[in-house]
Design a protein around this ligand. Structure first.
Ligand code: NOJ
Length: 532
């Protein structure tokens, strides 16, 4: 959940914690096991809240700690667990320790908590290296006294120095702070980049890009030392009953992911492989096979993601020809090529039903349960993502998936709240409103509810058996207990395997399911075999 865009209780145009609390019945009806809240901490919103001023408080525009406790209580009352985001690679430039660091000057103990470096040249007028930040532009920022600080993301996000014991201790305090308030788990932002080796000479950006590094050592990506940090965190998680859980956002090669997901570490790691795939049977099957094998090796369960607050929504990705450069397409206003909206939704529903049939944890992103497409034509003046400015207008960024949700088909901000929403909703959002889809047996919301409810019954144990003798374009597997998931990614119908159809991403009503004799194109069905 991206809290600023979920529900706004006080009409200031920004979603807030009481807004979420008021919508807990929606989450309960959806059937989710847990809610992951992206950052709601005090922040200037230089990066949608991932620029954290104070990790142990709530942004006053979003609520209070007491309102956070109310939200946790409301979710727990429905058996829904709570996961909060921990942002350990960087703070914001308004964090107390960063302000102290700036005031204290070069060489001070205050600067040692961050990654400050002397600039090159007689007066330190040149950056310590030519590294580029993820959002574009240089990764070093001068502070006017010959020192520069490292920010792998926006300049408002100075990187912490994880060699500093106070930094390590402070994050343990943060983990306990939220665990003591009843939080069940944590999503760890940029989990692969905390520990750094900045010994001289620093490699050049070209060497980083080409991977031609001394001994193959990357100065900040996926260094082994980061796992010491997570072993210490695991000890904190185990102080609680039940132990707290965590999931790493670690952009590392698949074979390195298990280290983050290990039971001695964070316990689980996102894989974004499905999110990168085209809706293609071969790609989907390969990705699933590989990730299930990796999860088995590391003694964890796999994760699946099709959409999140950082990417173009999957209903839109699948509406475009494979290989479309999405950022270039957004820059063109989202019309060239024209998205095939119906096909995108059909494929998105089929893909979601496929992943909900898999063993492991599926992470859904708010609004996908409504089949929401990306808002591709936001005006430049409305954009908030630092990517837009930092890339000098060559990448529009991630705002199109962060437009506030439509709850009703009419009224102020389509039920999001009484004020003008912080990102404008297009008129067509009304067609996707929760209110429209409630009680509508063929809606995307009904599909998600049914799939999630069935999944809870069909889920364990976490094994899967592939069907190999299937038509081209079909992904089919059996789960224990005699149920089968079959996805037809081709456009022509294929025969259905044996069994009673209990769910389809296409025809949805009981009557339609009973009459289904073949599987339409771009559709997933779940079947239960007579032996069960
Ligand atoms: C990943 C988060 O999901 C993204 O929204 C953020 O911009 C970066 N990490 C930096 O914190």
């Amino acid at each position: 959940m991206y809290p600023r865009s979920f529900a706004d209780s006080d009409g200031d145009g920004l979603g807030d914690l009481p807004g979420i609390t008021s919508r807990v019945p929606h989450l309960a009806a959806l059937g989710v096991d847990a809610v992951w809240l992206s950052p709601f901490y005090p922040s200037a919103l230089a990066d949608g809240g991932y620029d954290v001023d104070d990790h142990r408080d709530v942004d006053p525009r979003i609520g209070t700690l007491a309102q956070f406790d109310d939200l946790v209580a409301a979710l727990h009352a429905h058996g829904i667990r709570v996961v909060v985001d921990i942002v350990p690679n960087h703070s914001s430039d308004r964090h107390r320790w960063f302000r102290e660091a700036l005031a204290a000057g070069p060489g001070s103990p205050e600067r040692a908590r961050y990654v400050f470096r002397r600039g090159l040249g007689a007066d330190g007028e040149r950056p310590p290296s030519d590294w580029r930040a993820v959002f574009g532009g240089p990764a070093w920022e001068p502070v006017g006294d010959g020192d520069w600080y490292l920010h792998l993301f926006a300049p408002e996000q100075p990187d912490w120095n994880w060699d500093h014991p106070e930094v390590r201790e402070d994050f343990l305090t943060t983990l306990r702070f939220w665990s003591d308030r009843g939080v069940d788990g944590f999503r760890i932002d940029v989990a692969h980049a905390l520990t750094k080796d900045l010994s001289e000479p620093l490699p050049t950006q070209a060497e980083l890009d080409a991977g031609t590094l001394v001994d193959g050592r990357h100065p900040y990506e996926d260094r082994d030392a980061v796992h010491e940090v997570y072993r210490a965190w695991r000890a904190v998680f185990e102080e609680y009953d039940p132990p707290r859980t965590a999931v790493a956002e670690a952009w590392v090669p698949a074979h390195r992911r298990a280290r983050y997901a290990s039971p001695e570490g964070l316990g689980q790691a996102f894989n974004f492989d499905l999110l990168m795939d085209d809706p293609d049977a071969g790609q989907f099957r390969r990705t699933v096979e590989e990730n299930l094998a990796l999860a088995r090796e590391s003694g964890t369960s796999s994760t699946w993601v099709l959409s999140n607050h950082d990417v173009v929504r999957h209903a839109t990705r699948y509406a475009l020809p494979a290989g479309t450069d999405l950022q270039a397409w957004l820059l063109r206003g989202g019309t060239d090529p024209a998205p095939d909206v119906e096909r995108g939704l059909r494929l998105a529903r089929a893909a979601t039903a496929l992943v909900l049939a898999l063993p492991g944890s599926t992470y859904l992103y708010q609004g996908e349960e409504l089949g929401l497409p990306e808002v591709a034509d936001l005006d430049a003046a409305d954009l908030q993502d630092p990517t837009w400015v930092r890339s000098q207008g060559t990448e529009k960024g991630r705002d199109g998936c962060r437009v506030p949700l439509p709850w009703s088909a009419s009224g102020p901000a389509l039920g999001f709240g009484d004020g003008s929403p912080h990102l404008p909703q297009p008129a067509w959002f009304a067609d996707y409103a929760v209110e429209r889809q409630e009680g509508e047996a063929t809606s995307t919301l009904a599909l998600y509810r049914r799939a999630i409810a069935l999944r809870a019954r069909l889920q364990s144990p976490e094994t899967l058996e592939w069907a190999d003798d299937v038509p081209a374009g079909v992904v089919q597997f059996r789960r224990p207990g005699g149920w089968t998931s079959v996805t037809n990614l081709g456009t022509s119908p294929v025969p259905l395997p044996a069994g009673r159809v209990v769910l389809s991403s296409g025809p949805q009503t009981e009557d339609q399911l009973a009459l289904l004799t073949e599987l339409p194109g771009e559709t997933t069905a779940w079947l239960v075999t007579p032996s069960t």
